[in-house]
Write a new protein. Structure first.
Length: 94
């Protein structure tokens, strides 16, 4: 199992739009790819938004990211951020 954790730093003025785009990303990934879970969280002490997605493998994540429609959607999300997102890809150790 692969878990991807993304920390997003939104501009205050774009926060609502950014959350809407992330929710659309969640719906898209859960219905059109092999994404097993997708959760969205907000930090209670800062403006940060966290997403956690779970995949069976790195290859499945890569296949989903390589889809042209998904890449366009990610570009919109990136353009609404204050700083580049931090992305962590974690694999289970069995």
């Amino acid at each position: 199992m692969l878990t991807e954790i993304t920390i997003i730093y939104p501009h205050k003025s774009n926060r609502k739009k950014l959350v809407e785009l992330i929710q659309k990303q969640k719906e898209y990934l859960l219905t059109s790819s092999n994404c097993k879970e997708f959760s969205i969280f907000e930090d209670t002490y800062s403006e940060k938004i966290f997403t956690i997605s779970k995949w069976t493998s790195k290859e499945e994540l890569k296949d989903a990211i390589d889809v042209k429609e998904h890449r366009k959607h990610l570009e919109k999300i990136v353009n609404l951020q204050k700083f580049p997102a931090e992305v962590y890809r974690l694999e289970n150790i069995d």
